[in-house]
Ligand binder design. Sequence first.
Ligand code: HSE
Length: 429
Amino acid sequence: MDQVNVALLGFGTVGQGTYELLTKNQELIANRSGVAIKVKRIFVRNVDKYKEYELANETSFTTDFQEILNDESIQIVVEVMGGTDFAAQCVEQCLAAGKNVATANKDLLADQGPYLLDLASKNNVDLRYEASVLGGIPIIRTLYESLGGNKITELIGILNGTTNFILSNMTEKGAGYEEVLKEAQALGFAEADPTSDVEGYDAARKLAILSSIAFNRKLFFDDVNCEGITSIDATDIAFGKEFGYTIKLLGIAKETKKGISLNVHPAFIDSHHPLASVRGSYNALYVKGNGIDDAMFYGRGAGSLPTGSSVVSDIMEIAKNVVTNQTGQLISYYYADKNLYAPGKIESSYYIRLLVANNTGVLAKVASKLAEQRISVQSVIQRNESEKAATLAIVTSVCPQAYIMNVINAFKNLRVVREIGSVIRIMAE
Ligand code: HSE
């Protein structure tokens, strides 16, 4: 059997999951791929940290990246360090030196994906990144290969496990954001600095990578309009339930005749929608295509073995290409010239929560401001807070985001509106 040698850059959660699968499923992987895959070197910064870790005889740690770069027997380098600067340098140098690369690094792909893919192709080597998005859910290869015959029109994803854990727990326990965030940190779901997750940046990077493939346009993190979950309140979740909605942080990418729109924001979805059943730290992607109609992919978006499973699939694919001399073939990549659609024009219905004076005619005043913007009211729930104040939870008709911004500004100048609690989009079916 042909043998292919691999080096891992990094030996954290994903690196160890990858190594564990390659070791414990060694025979199965060899039989399925027809290649004996051997991990020769593992690059780490501090070998002492891994003293207790038992490696196979054929595998050794190194702290010298150049040793891997200059080792001609290593055909595949697996970048599982994360971060951008050093990881980018390593990936670039490996590709330029004629080494194939598998990476789990979404930050790198969302910033420099098209450039690195080009570099790989120019050097006749493979660059694969199945593990960079949605951990154990095999979605990258699914989009470019299995769904290659579809014109994809929409991706709707729960792309971040931390925020889904937080929102699910707020929904199920009626707890507040801060309380659940602390619990998520204590359980190791949320990072000590949760910014990238809770502000939606992590989901935005994933959406950019997926959308580049789905819509055949170079798309980057900066192309995504992004809003996080930090202002979501237990009160809104409770009103949402009364309207039949569940709150989720969604990544929504659409291609219409007007262009491509990319958005990450919290949204209410119908509680019967399949995405509403995605609870805890699980991820899912709902894909609409003109062949498949609708399909949903569900699973673990992070974790050692789930993410390792995706990395191993890349290693196996590259290894087969190495032994058959087929590396460097672009994986159905072509980029078309397409517009990005301005966020203000994106249409949706909205949930608006207001604290208002509890007087005669207040509802009429609020409704008239909505009418001035050609927004009609679909439903209202009123909850009296005291003799003098009431909360209005309003669901509007579908309208452009710009109209909602206008009406919110109008509410700011309306004396009977004491506080604008929340404005949350409602995803259409
Ligand atoms: N922090 C991410 C999440 C996992 O919570 O989904 C890695 O992308």
